[in-house]
Design a protein around this ligand. Structure first.
Ligand code: F3S
Length: 289
């Protein structure tokens, strides 16, 4: 039995950067007696979030802030998660005079800025992504006229006016193949849509690596949080090429039955999955055989 890791997997620099900000804030002596909150899940991995809570971080949800049901006070610290948040939340936090540390990944911030600039230039925005994902909700909140579609099927239902100009933007973790289908539909039918591919580099290399690996192993284990968009995409891509693909959060989700007759085991992990979880899983798999 052989365990083969994907060439690119695990923490991306956006997640690593957000965790780094948290550590700097909590280790700063000036903050010892202050309440330190993280907005929602800092990253989409329960193990990471649990560890931060054990260090003393509290969580405040966007809904609580929007409904005035939070316990935030002046001078508390709020760290904005890697996927960012909405314009409204930034406004309320400023009004409350809390100290904001913005751990939004630079890729997400860049899309947000592009959206605002393109609207100023007169473009209507078409956005491809999951409208329920915090990243998408946050980004589009900075726009005025944004149409969000999850995939080509949804986009086909959108009436695109050939006399207007449009800009197409994407969620950072979008599946590259999904975008290619959308691109070819638009390029073949509309000359008035400017396509700006915003899939982040970390997502892209992880998706390519899992595809390559899924084709050459007997089974593939994808490790990551249940709410992690990029983890789900890795699972979908691998499943397309290898029916023996399993998505797990940690070693407790492993099922001994999966491994019967399997020799080459591929492993990948979402961008917010810590290395220590991956190692625990690898050790457990070695124990099975
Ligand atoms: Fe940023 Fe891409 Fe990671 S958007 S948080 S580098 S998955």
């Amino acid at each position: 039995m052989e365990i083969i890791r994907a060439k690119h997997m695990g923490f991306c620099f956006g997640v690593a950067g957000a965790i780094d900000i948290c550590q700097k804030v909590i280790n700063d002596k000036n903050n010892y007696n202050r309440n330190i909150y993280i907005l929602g899940m800092l990253v989409h991995n329960e193990h990471v979030v649990k560890k931060l809570e054990e260090q003393g971080f509290k969580t405040v949800k966007e809904e609580e802030i929007l409904q005035g049901k939070d316990n935030l006070n002046k001078n508390d610290i709020v760290i904005i998660r890697a996927h960012g948040t909405s314009e409204k939340i930034f406004e309320i936090l400023k009004e409350k005079q809390v100290e904001i540390y913005d751990a939004t990944c630079v890729f997400v911030t860049h899309i947000r800025k592009t959206l605002v600039e393109m609207e100023k230039k007169g473009y209507d925005i078409l956005f491809i992504g999951d409208k329920n994902h915090p990243e998408v909700k946050g980004i589009i909140s900075f726009g005025k006229n944004v149409t969000v579609c999850n995939d080509l099927e949804e986009l086909l239902k959108v009436e695109i006016d050939k006399n207007k100009k449009y800009c197409l933007l994407t969620q950072t973790t979008l599946n590259k193949k999904k975008l290619e289908k959308i691109k070819s539909y638009l390029e073949n039918n509309f000359q008035n849509v400017k396509i700006l591919d915003k899939i982040c580099g970390a997502t892209q290399v992880r998706q390519e690596a899992v595809e390559e690996l899924a084709k050459k192993v007997d089974m593939l284990i994808v490790i990551g949080g249940k709410t992690s968009s990029n983890t789900k995409k890795l699972y979908d891509i691998s499943s397309n090429f290898n029916p023996n693909t399993y998505l797990i959060q940690d070693e407790n989700d492993l099922n001994i039955e999966w491994f019967r007759g399997m020799n080459k085991i591929g492993i990948t992990a979402g961008a917010s999955t810590p290395e220590e979880i991956v190692i625990k899983i690898e050790n457990q798999i070695r124990g099975i055989h």
